[in-house]
Ligand binder design. Structure first.
Ligand code: ZN
Length: 158
C-alpha cells in the first residue's frame, strides 16, 4: 500500500480507522472494547491471556472462583463487563465455575468445532474474550450449564 492510498483511507474518518485496526488480523467481529494483541498481553496474566485471547482451557479445580460461594458478581477479567451473578452459580462437580444463566446481554455464543464435535463457545459480549462453553445438562430453571474458566473472570463481592 502506497502512502497516498494510506492517507486517503485515514481521511475517510473514524469508521475507516476502526476497520483498519481489524484488517491485518483475523476476521473477528469488532467488539466495543478492543485492544491490540500486545496490549492484551500486557494487561492480562499469562493464563488469562491464553484463555481469553487464545481459547485455552484452564486445568480443572485450579481456579479459586470454583469455590467462591459469596454473594456477588463475576466480571470479565479482560474488560470488567459483569457476566454472571452468584445467584446463578452452582456446583457442577467439573472443577470449573458453573452457572445456569448469564446476566442479560453479557455474553455471546458461537458454534465451536475445535475438538471435532460441535460445542457452543461462550465469550464476553464487550471484548470478545473467550470464557468457556455452554452445555444442555445444567440444572433448573434453564437446563443450561455455563462452564467457565475462572481465570477469565474476577469476583466482585456484593
Ligand atoms: Zn470482556
Amino acid at each position: 500500500m502506497d502512502r497516498r492510498h494510506f492517507l486517503g483511507g485515514m481521511a475517510t474518518g473514524a469508521a475507516a480507522l476502526a476497520l483498519w485496526q481489524f484488517l491485518p488480523g483475523e476476521a473477528e467481529a469488532a467488539y466495543p472494547y478492543a485492544l491490540t494483541d500486545a496490549q492484551w498481553k500486557k494487561k492480562l496474566s499469562p493464563w488469562a491471556y491464553k484463555v481469553l485471547r487464545q481459547e485455552a482451557t484452564e486445568h480443572p479445580f485450579t481456579s479459586p472462583l470454583n469455590d467462591e460461594h459469596r454473594a456477588g458478581i463475576f466480571a470479565c477479567a479482560g474488560c470488567d463487563q459483569k457476566l454472571f451473578s452468584s445467584r446463578t452459580k452452582f456446583d457442577s462437580g467439573t472443577g470449573w465455575p458453573s452457572f445456569w444463566a448469564p446476566l442479560a446481554g453479557a455474553v455471546g455464543t458461537r458454534r465451536d468445532f475445535s475438538i471435532g464435535y460441535p460445542r457452543t463457545e461462550v465469550h464476553c459480549a464487550r471484548c470478545g474474550g473467550h470464557l468457556g462453553h455452554v452445555f444442555d445438562d445444567g440444572p433448573k430453571p434453564t437446563g443450561k450449564r455455563y462452564c467457565m474458566n475462572g481465570v477469565a473472570m474476577a469476583f466482585i463481592p456484593a
